[in-house]
Design a protein around this ligand. Sequence first.
Ligand code: DSN
Length: 414
Amino acid sequence: MNYKFLPQEDQDIFTAIKREEARQSEGMELIASENYVSAAVLEAMESVLNNKYSEGYPGHRYYGGQEFTDAVESIAIERAKRLFAAEHVNVQPLSGSPANAAVYFAFLKPGDKVLGLKLDHGGHLSHGHPVNFSGMLYDFVQYEVDPATGLIDMDRVREIALRERPKMIVAGFSAYSREIDWVRFKKIADEVGAFTFADIAHPAGLIAAGELSNPTPVFDVVSTTTHKTLRGPRGAMIMCKEKFAKEIDRAVFPGMQGGPHEHIIAAKAVAFGENLAPEFKEYARQVIKNAKTMAAEFLDAGFRVISGGTDNHLMVVDMTNKGLSGKEAEALLDKVGISVSRSTIPNDPNPPMNPSGVRFGTAAITTRGMKEEDVEKVVAWIEGAIEARADESRLDKIREEVKEFCLNFPIPGI
Ligand code: DSN
């Protein structure tokens, strides 16, 4: 980005941003939920649309002057519908948790029973964790992955659903590396008369590109963030069957939110335009190829990969047999310029702040143009850093190698 005014007006913030640009350029980003947006997406976010209030929806607003916000929001909606074959789309949710809150708000009353995947098995806080609003307001019953395979045991999900008779079943996860059987989930939900809600925040881009199966035609309602594999601005959207359009729209506004962020909605529209282009399909394919290579390399190096591999952009790796916790691995890899996020493993004996695993993802490095042979080097650096963790000079050397390597792969927008 070229900053014209900021350096003159606010050196402190300008300096922090420039240093973050350098950190991103010199470092290896393996946090599964992160990505790099295009310069066009960044430009849409910094536009004067930021200045506009637009409560309501295109054609039905509570403030004047909506000619162009209506146009922008309608384009975002139309593109999202094409991407996911969605009947109805609301592009206003500010982020993933608010989107999920709106979905619950649309379909449930406090105290209603809901089925969601447990956090340490790959679910999300907003899928019923007791410290989150979802777990506080609703009566969540949690299903798990099979401890032996790391896969969701659909027979067990059915058993729990038949016993508990939930009003909603939530599927779609933050740390689950395998394809999801949406049709089976829907069948189970139909048996007990439950709503089906898919949270595809992580694999949305791979689904939009047709590389993973799409729950939108099958499920009642689907939420996603727009900044992970979809490679758009930080934000979210909700897709649903036309028959639920009113409930969802009312739950978002006026139910949960006030004025939508039209500059972000414009950036969502730009990203969706990019997602519809053939190059994005190539990108999504490469993300998966890179992730499969990464999982295979970890297995070869003696790491325990949960479920034994991946079908999408992420994997969770248990660090126990390498003699360090997920938090220690995160801090160690930070030292060599590799960003990751610690992660619980299924039935983790350790708490979420200091869990046993690390989650790795390939969405960001693939945007930079890295391919399978590059991923092999990345895993070798991770393995090397873990082996050399007591040897500061070897760690410094790895950091230099990572930096030199990363600088060969420019980041869009920088
Ligand atoms: N923080 C996101 C992630 O890392 O998966 C989910 O909210």
